[in-house]
Design a protein around this ligand. Structure first.
Ligand code: MOS
Length: 753
C-alpha cells in the first residue's frame, strides 16, 4: 500500500491501487494556496464586527473613533451599503433551504448573536481590527430564546419540502404493535449542536480586476454556487465573476452554502472598486452554520425471541427563525431494520441562532447514531448480544420504502468487523470486563449513508507530448478528489500519474455541483472517465491507421490502455505507444468534455432501487470511574461502500469520520449561555475535538461489495459514512463498561462521575 509514483515513471495506475494523494506534496510544502493566501495589489482588509446581542435592532453606530484610526478606508453598515435586491429569491443558492436567506448589513434587524453588523475596511488587518474594536453600537434589545427545551414548546412539522429531505414513511400499525408486544424499550436521546471547525477559517480574497470584473478566492465547497449567488445579489454578470477554490482546508459542510465572509468581501470590493480580503476569526466561525441540536424519542418492541415488532422514531432538531433547515433524521432506523410496524415524526424547533446546516452526514450522524443506542438497549432488554440482535432483525431491502438495494453488504461488514475485533469474546453482562482499575466495554453500532450521484461535467485534454489535463469546476474539500480524478484518468487512458494534472475548484471549468454528500468521487470520477474514454476511442481509431497495422484490426474493447501504451489484450506483443497514436491523429491536442448524469452506464434508477453505504463499527472503551475518563482504545470500522478507488485515501476518509464520531461521543458540544444567546465555548481551547492523545487504534475494513448499478464506476462515496454510528458504538461500549446508560451526547466527565 505504498506505491509512490514519480514523474519519470511510465506506469499508469488502476482503480483500486493504493497510493499517496497527488496533491500531498503541494500541501505539505505550502505551495497549495488557500483563499486568504492570494495576493492582490492594493489589497484592503475587512474586519467583521459581530453583534453583541442575540435579538433586536441597531439604533445607532458611533463611528467617530473607529474612523479616526489611520488606514481606515470605510465602515460598511446597513446605513451606507450599496443597493441590494429585495426578494429572497436573489439570495438563494444551490443548496439553500426554505425561508429567507440571511442578508448581512441589509437592515437594522438582529436575528442572532454575533451576527455581522459592520465591516471595517482598512489598509492593514491591524488597522481594521483596531477600528472594529472602537466602533460603538447602540442596540434596542428584544427577548430571544436559544434554549432547545424552551423552543420545544413552539415545535412544528416542516411543511415545505427540501430536495434532500424526505419525511419518514410509516408502515403497519406501530402504536398497536408496540402496545401488544411483550418486550419494550422507550428512551429519549440527545445530541448537542456541533460546529464544523475546519482548520482553514472561512475566508475570501476578492480581487478587483478592473472593468467591473472580480476574481473571488473563496473557502467554499462550490465555486459555481458562489458565482451564481454573488452574481444574483450584487448584479455582476456571471462572466464577470470567477470564483476559485482550488484548495479547501476542510469544510465538512460549512462551505456548502455561500457564507457571509464572501458576501461582505464582495460588497466592499464593489463599493470601493478595490480588492478586499475578509477572514473570519475562530470565534466568528461559531456564529454561523452548525449541526442542529437534536432530541430523538425511540420506542421499540420485540417478541420474546427478539424480532422487532414496532419502531416509533420521533426527532426534533433546531432551526433558525428565518429558515427551516431540515435533516433526514428519522428514516435511517426505519430503512435499516426488518419490522412490519414502523413510524416516525420529524419536527423543528425554532431558536434565535443562525440557520443550522449540513455537517458531515447530516441527519444520519444524528438519527442513525441515536437510533443505534436505542437498538442496543432493546437488545439488552430482550437479553441478546447486540450484534446478534442486529443480525436477527436484518433487512435485505430498504424496509421503509420496500425497495431492494443496489447492494447491501452490511452482513459482511458485521461478520468481518466482528472477526477482526474479536467480538465473540465479549461477555454479555455489563460491568463484567475489567483491566487493572479500568472498566472495559465493547460496543457495536451500524452506520448508513446515501450513495448519491450528481450531474457533473469534466474535460480531458491530451497533448502530443503526452500530458493529460483533467478539469472540472468541482472542488477537493480535502477528501481526495484530485487523486480520484487523476487515478480514473490514468486507468482510462494509460497515462502515468506524473503526466496528469487535475484542475479543480474554479468556476471557469466544466459545470459541477457543490462538493458534498459523498457524491464527489462517483460523480466527478464518472465524468472524467467519460471524457477520457472519448479520447481513448479517438486514439484507438488513429492507431488502427498506423502504417504496418501494429495492432492489427482490433476493436476498442480488445485493447487496453496501460503504462503509456495501447496493447492488444489477447497478444501483448502488439502495442503502440500513446505518443505514436497521438501522432497518428495528426493533432497537437485532443480535447473532450463530457457530462455524467444519472442513468449513465449500468446505473439503475433510484425510483426502483435504494442506494446506500453501510458500516459496522466496533469500539472498545476503558473507563476510569474515579476520574470519569473514557478512553477509546480500539475501533474497527467495517465499511460496505461499493468499489474503492484508492484504498489508502479511502481509509483516510474513514479514519477522519471515525475520529469525528469519537468527538461526537466524548467531546464536541456547542455550549450556549442562554442569557446572552451566545455560544460561549467559541474557541478550540473550549470547544473540544479529539486530539492525538484521544485516538488510539482505528482499523478500517472495506468489505467486498461489487455494485455495477449504483453509479457508473460502481463507487458509492466515503466522505461521510465513517462518522455515522460511531458515537453510538462508543456510547454503547460505555454502557457495557459501566452498566450506566448515557443517552445524551457527548458523554463528558461530569456525566460519568
Ligand atoms: Mo457535506 S455535510 O455534504 O459537506
Amino acid at each position: 500500500m505504498n506505491t509512490t509514483t514519480t514523474s519519470e515513471s511510465t506506469r499508469s495506475v488502476r482503480i483500486g491501487d493504493a497510493f499517496n494523494r497527488v496533491d500531498g506534496l503541494e500541501k505539505v510544502t505550502g505551495r497549495a494556496r488557500y483563499a486568504a493566501e492570494y495576493a492582490a495589489s492594493g489589497l484592503l482588509y475587512g474586519w467583521v464586527v459581530s453583534s453583541d446581542i442575540a435579538k433586536g435592532r441597531i439604533v445607532a453606530f458611533d463611528e467617530t473613533r473607529a474612523r479616526a484610526v489611520p488606514g481606515v478606508v470605510e465602515i460598511l453598515t446597513h446605513a451606507n451599503r450599496p443597493h441590494l435586491p429585495l426578494r429572497d429569491s436573489n439570495y438563494t443558492d444551490e443548496v439553500s433551504v426554505p425561508g429567507s436567506p440571511f442578508r448581512a448589513l441589509y437592515d437594522d434587524k438582529i436575528a442572532f448573536s454575533a451576527q455581522p453588523i459592520a465591516l471595517v475596511v482598512a489598509e492593514s488587518l491591524e488597522a481594521a481590527r483596531d477600528a472594529a474594536a472602537l466602533l460603538r453600537v447602540e442596540y434596542d434589545v428584544e427577548p430571544h430564546n436559544t434554549d432547545f427545551d424552551a423552543a420545544m414548546r413552539e415545535k412544528f412539522e416542516p411543511s415545505k419540502k427540501r430536495s434532500t429531505f424526505a419525511p419518514p414513511k410509516p408502515r403497519g400499525d406501530a402504536k398497536a404493535a408496540f402496545a401488544a408486544a411483550p418486550v419494550k424499550h422507550v428512551g429519549a436521546y440527545r445530541l448537542s449542536s456541533h460546529f464544523h471547525n475546519p482548520m482553514e477559517m472561512h475566508a475570501a480574497t476578492v480581487v478587483w480586476e478592473g472593468g467591473g470584473k472580480i476574481t473571488v478566492y473563496d473557502k467554499t465547497q462550490g465555486s459555481q454556487n458562489v458565482q451564481a449567488y454573488l452574481s444574483s445579489i450584487f448584479g455582476f454578470p456571471k462572466g464577470d465573476i470567477r470564483v476559485v477554490n482550488a484548495f479547501v482546508g476542510g469544510a465538512f459542510g460549512s462551505g456548502l452554502r455561500p457564507q457571509y465572509h464572501v458576501y461582505l468581501a464582495t460588497m466592499a470590493a464593489k463599493m470601493l472598486s478595490r480588492s478586499v480580503r475578509v477572514v473570519l476569526t475562530r470565534q466568528q466561525m461559531f456564529s454561523h452554520v452548525h449541526r442542529p441540536e437534536a432530541i430523538q424519542s425511540v420506542s421499540l418492541a420485540t417478541d420474546e425471541a427478539g424480532h422487532l415488532q414496532a419502531i416509533l422514531n420521533d426527532a426534533t432538531t433546531t432551526t433558525s427563525r428565518f429558515e427551516n433547515y431540515m435533516e433526514v433524521v428519522c428514516n435511517w432506523g426505519l430503512m435499516n431494520y426488518a419490522c412490519e410496524n414502523a413510524t416516525g415524526a420529524y419536527t423543528l424547533a425554532p431558536v434565535d441562532t443562525y440557520t443550522p446546516g449540513d455537517m458531515r452526514a447530516p441527519g444520519a450522524a444524528t438519527g442513525m447514531t441515536l437510533f443505534e443506542m436505542a437498538i442496543d438497549e432493546m437488545a439488552h432488554a430482550v437479553g441478546q448480544d447486540p450484534l446478534e440482535f442486529r443480525r436477527l432483525n436484518y433487512s435485505e431491502v430498504d424496509a421503509m420504502n420496500d425497495k431492494p438495494y443496489t447492494s447491501k453488504a452490511l452482513r459482511e461488514a458485521y461478520d468481518e468487523g466482528a472477526e477482526r475485533f474479536g467480538w465473540s469474546a465479549r461477555s454479555l453482562a455489563p460491568r463484567s470486563m475489567k483491566e487493572g482499575r479500568e472498566l472495559v466495554g465493547w460496543g457495536v453500532a451500524t452506520g448508513m449513508w446515501d450513495a448519491m450521484f450528481m450531474k457533473t461535467s469534466a474535460r480531458a485534454r491530451l497533448t502530443a507530448a503526452g500530458d493529460l489535463e483533467i478539469a472540472t469546476a468541482g472542488s477537493d474539500i480535502g477528501t481526495g478528489t484530485y487523486t480520484v480524478v487523476s487515478q480514473v484518468a490514468s486507468e482510462t487512458l494509460g497515462v502515468p500519474l506524473g503526466r496528469i494534472t487535475a484542475r479543480l475548484g474554479d468556476s471557469d471549468l466544466p459545470a459541477s455541483p457543490v462538493e458534498g454528500g459523498s457524491w464527489g468521487a462517483a460523480s466527478s470520477g464518472a465524468a472524467t472517465q467519460l471524457a477520457c474514454r472519448r479520447i481513448a476511442l479517438k486514439l484507438h481509431d488513429a492507431a488502427l491507421e498506423i502504417e504496418g497495422a501494429p495492432l492489427g484490426k482490433v476493436k476498442f474493447d480488445e485493447v487496453e490502455f496501460r503504462d503509456g501504451r495501447i496493447t492488444v489484450k489477447a497478444d501483448p506483443s502488439r502495442s503502440v505507444s500513446l505518443a505514436e497514436a497521438m501522432a497518428a491523429t495528426g493533432k497537437a491536442v485532443l480535447e473532450e468534455e463530457q457530462t455524467a448524469k444519472s442513468g449513465v452506464g449500468d446505473m439503475v434508477s433510484s425510483m426502483t432501487r435504494a442506494r446506500n453505504t453501510h458500516s459496522a463499527i466496533f469500539v472498545e472503551v476503558k473507563v476510569d470511574e474515579d476520574l470519569g475518563v473514557v478512553r477509546v482504545t480500539r475501533v474497527v470500522c467495517a465499511v460496505a461502500a461499493g468499489r474503492i478507488i484508492n484504498p489508502k485515501t479511502a481509509r483516510s476518509q474513514i479514519l477522519g469520520g471515525v475520529v469525528m464520531g469519537i468527538g461526537m461521543a466524548l467531546h464536541e458540544e456547542g455550549m450556549t449561555d442562554h442569557r446572552l444567546g451566545r455560544v460561549m465555548n467559541h474557541s478550540l481551547a473550549e470547544y473540544h475535538i479529539p486530539v492525538n492523545a484521544d485516538i488510539d487504534s482505528i482499523e478500517v475494513i472495506f468489505v467486498n461489495e461489487p455494485d455495477p448499478n449504483v453509479t457508473p464506476l460502481g463507487v458509492k462515496g466515503l466522505g461521510e459514512i465513517g462518522i455515522v454510528g460511531t458515537a453510538g458504538a462508543v456510547a454503547n461500549a460505555i454502557w457495557h463498561a459501566t452498566g450506566k446508560r448515557q443517552r445524551s451526547l457527548p458523554v463528558t466527565i461530569d456525566k460519568l462521575l
